[in-house]
Design a protein around this ligand. Structure first.
Ligand code: ZN
Length: 520
């Protein structure tokens, strides 16, 4: 018996093959058949005339580590067509939890939008069990993040790891990967990961390689030091053989525009030499991060609490301001997207400051530390197109599953959390000079699934898991903007997770069939 028949659409199967007219039958959570299925009896039917039927989007780069536990309906993600998210990116994560969970929670404030979420895990099995209990609407895979690993083994100090501490990190990571984590991530702008030397990154890479898992890199510098930073990831990839994913490949600051093309040449060379390297990208000209990302590494020694205390000292403030004189961005490029008291959100630091933006930024950081989030621009459309159209790019939103009606719905979040995938099709498929529909779908489905090691996801064929998106390729579009971000996209007809309809005709039906993926 067929549970669901999707009739009259054009199937884009995720492999890069062009659209072809076909019906899709779903039974027992899997694709039962694809082809001319006229007359087949089914419990329910979706008329997909004028629409494409694709695998659900696999978001290889998210920060939904905690927001999905706060809002398991995954509203802003699933309504875009996303059926699987990978959490734990950019070195920011919530497990393992060593003795001082408060310090780790402060370090990971970027993820932590709902204080009511209880951290009652200490390791990956416990964390994945929290997802089992939450029953999200989308499938979830988790990377182990460098910050909690280093916090557990070394603490928050500015020093290299000792041999024993490297062993401890290898052991914790190995245990986590054996428990089904999809890989490891680093974020070399964030404390305390920024204090790691290359031997530590090589130890993480070698451990990931031994388990056949991905190593995702938020590299050390996306501005003036982009090429050297990408080279470091490529060196570790070559030395350890680990599957390497460079996160959100961009060049920040006008003086660095054009460097993405040169970074792509480095990546091409590494791939030609046999390294397993790819990268992710999202279709916007601004990013989102904790404002503390702007602080020099020395100023963040000891973690969030000591950093905030330090930022009260006039000498420290003067030293930071002196370093900021050479910042690749201007204060007009930086908009405050979230603060714990909601003051200042949606305004640029320049506009907030009455003439002294550096002082305004330091005051915010001293008051709220890592819990102040920013949207930062200063990027080029040419760089974005170079990255999007490169064969090794995959789409990763770098966003969060947010619920506009819940605690995660506050502030002025980056619109990518609501519109990343629809925007790709609206701006970079329908307009000339971008991607074909089939190639864009591949970059949203099979390609990211392959990077994350999610076997059997991201393709539509008989027998595959029935994670499916149905959308109108002429109408799909993001509505979320930087000034009004909490808006769902247009053009999504249906989103099916594990054979169950989660979204139909723009409404979330409340189903929570997501699977918590443990990589064998
Ligand atoms: Zn990220």
């Amino acid at each position: 018996m067929t549970d669901l028949l999707i009739t009259g659409g054009a199937v884009v199967d995720g492999t890069g093959a062009p659209p072809r007219p076909a019906d899709v039958a779903v039974a027992d959570g899997r694709v039962q058949a694809i082809g001319d299925l006229t007359g087949r009896p089914a419990a329910r039917t979706i008329d997909a005339s004028g629409h494409v039927v694709t695998p659900g989007f696999v978001d290889v780069h998210t920060h939904s580590d905690l927001t999905l536990l706060s809002g398991p309906l995954a509203q802003s993600a699933v309504r875009q067509g996303v059926t699987t998210v990978v959490v734990g990116n950019c070195g920011l994560g919530v497990t393992p939890v060593a003795a001082d969970s408060g310090a780790l929670r402060a370090a990971a404030a970027y993820l932590d939008l709902d204080p009511a979420v209880r951290w009652d895990w200490t390791d990956v099995p416990g964390y994945l069990a929290a997802f089992d209990a939450a029953r999200p609407s989308v499938n979830v895979a988790a990377l182990v993040a460098h910050i909690p690993l280093r916090a557990a083994a070394v603490g928050f100090g500015d020093r290299p790891a000792s041999a024993a501490e490297l062993d401890r990190m290898r052991g914790l990571l190995g245990d986590a990967l054996a428990a089904g984590a999809a890989g490891v991530s680093t974020g070399l702008v964030y404390a305390p990961a920024c204090y790691a030397h290359e031997d530590e990154l090589a130890a993480l890479g070698a451990t990931a390689a031994a388990h056949g898992r991905m190593f995702a890199w938020h590299v050390r510098d996306y501005a003036d030091g982009l090429l050297g930073s990408v080279s470091q990831a490529l060196r570790v990839a070559a030395d350890t053989g680990c599957r390497t994913q460079i996160s959100h490949l961009v060049a920040v600051g006008r003086r660095n525009h054009g460097s993405v093309a040169r970074a792509l040449e480095l990546i091409d060379d590494a791939r030609a030499a046999g390294a397993d390297v790819a990268f992710d990208v999202y279709p916007y000209l601004a990013g989102n991060a904790p404002l503390s990302q702007l602080l020099p590494a020395w100023a963040q020694e000891g973690g969030d609490g000591p950093t905030r205390e330090r930022l009260a000292e006039p000498g420290v403030r003067a030293r930071v301001v002196a370093e900021w004189a050479d910042m690749p961005l201007t204060w007009d490029d930086i908009t405050i997207s979230r603060t714990p008291d909601d003051l200042g959100t949606g305004r640029t630091v320049a506009a907030l400051s009455e003439g002294d933006p550096a002082r305004a930024a330091l005051d915010l950081l001293a008051a709220h530390g890592n819990a102040v989030l920013m949207v930062a621009g200063g990027r080029s459309e040419r760089d974005l197109l170079d990255a999007l159209t490169h064969p090794a790019s995959v789409i990763g939103s770098d966003g969060q599953a947010l619920d506009p009606d819940g605690p995660t719905g506050r502030g002025a979040p980056h619109p990518r959390s609501y519109g990343c995938y629809p925007r790709l099709f609206a701006e970079y498929v329908r307009r000339p000079g971008g991607l074909t529909l089939a190639e864009a779908v591949r970059k949203c489905t099979s390609a990211p699934a392959e990077r994350a090691g999610l076997a059997g996801r991201g393709v539509l064929r008989a027998g595959s898991i029935a994670d499916i998106a149905v959308f109108d390729p002429e109408r799909i579009a993001d509505r979320a903007t930087f000034t009004a971000p909490q808006q769902y996209p247009d053009g999504i007809r249906a989103v099916i997770v594990g054979g169950r309809r989660v979204v139909e005709d723009g409404a979330h039906g409340g189903a929570r069939p997501g699977e918590i993926l443990r990589i064998p």
